[in-house]
Every structure is written in C-alpha cells, then in structure tokens.
Write a protein that binds this ligand. Structure first.
Ligand code: HEC
Length: 121
C-alpha cells in the first residue's frame, strides 16, 4: 500500500513537472480571449458551477482552464495569475471528477472584475 502511494505521488509529480514544462513552452491550446469567450462570457463556467453541465462540458472547461493557466496575462504579476487560474483549474477538475461541492469554489474563483483589474490589459 505504501509503495502504491509512493508510485501515485511520483506519477503526480511527473505530471506536474511535465505540465510546468508545457507552460514554459508557451504553447497553450487556446488564447485567453478564446477561453473568456467560451468559458466566461459563453457561460460554460457558470453552468459547471451550478451543476447543470454535461460530462463533456465539464471536460471542456478543464481543457479551457488548462490553457488559461498556461497563458501569460497581458498585465500583472505572473505568480498571482498562476494562483487565480490554478484555483479555477483545480475547481473545474474537481467538478469533472464528480465533486459537486466544488461548484462553490469555482464560482468564487471566477471573479471577473477582480481578475480583470489585476490582469486585463
Ligand atoms: C483568472 C482571471 C480572469 C477571470 C476570473 C476572468 N477573466 Fe475575463 N479576461 C482575463 C484577461 C487576462 C483578459 C484579457 C485577455 C487579452 O487581452 O488577451 C480577459 C478578457 C475578457 C474578455 C474580452 C475578451 C476579448 O475578446 O479580448 C471578456 C468578454 C471577458 N474577459 C469576460 C469575462 C467574464 C464574463 C468573467 C467572469 C465570469 C471573466 N472574464 C473572468 C482574465 C480573467
């Protein structure tokens, strides 16, 4: 059991490292504007937060927020950006995994005005 756990931790760290590398490459699949149009303005994020989204929509949100966190904002501190987008991605992943309670966290993380003030050019 202990070894299994160590294996899982190792695998997760690898995923994290690979994810970091990908972010470093600066090649996110979607631009910030695309993510905003689909997930935010388009209402996908809200739908997932309120528990009305389909499995496919939940997965799409995870993908969009993955790209969001890989992008660099036009303005503001990159650390703060990673924190904000990380919270969005984290909540979206939990929802995709069936954790309905994460809807609240997603709603709180999707603070349009706060993030725009800090990072929108
Ligand atoms: C994690 C930070 C963050 C959050 C949360 C966020 N936005 Fe944005 N948004 C941005 C940034 C950064 C830009 C500027 C993108 C650019 O200039 O490339 C932007 C731009 C936009 C745009 C303009 C897109 C375009 O075509 O240039 C719209 C519309 C928008 N956001 C809507 C929303 C709405 C609605 C919400 C809340 C439900 C929201 N955003 C939440 C970061 C955020």
């Amino acid at each position: 059991m202990k070894y299994l756990f160590a294996g899982v931790v190792a695998a997760l760290s690898l995923v994290l490292v690979l994810g970091e590398n990908k972010a470093g490459d600066g090649k996110p699949k979607h631009t910030i504007a695309e993510v905003m149009a689909k997930a935010m303005k388009g209402g996908l994020c809200k739908k997932c937060a309120s528990g009305e989204a389909t499995e496919a929509e939940k997965k799409e949100l995870v993908e969009l927020f993955t790209s969001l966190s890989q992008n660099e904002p036009p303005k503001g501190d990159l650390k703060d950006w990673k924190k904000r987008t990380g919270a969005l991605l984290d909540a979206a992943k939990k929802i995709a995994a069936g954790d309905e309670k994460a809807g609240k966290a997603l709603g709180a993380a999707a603070n349009c005005a706060a993030c725009h003030k800090a990072h929108k050019g």
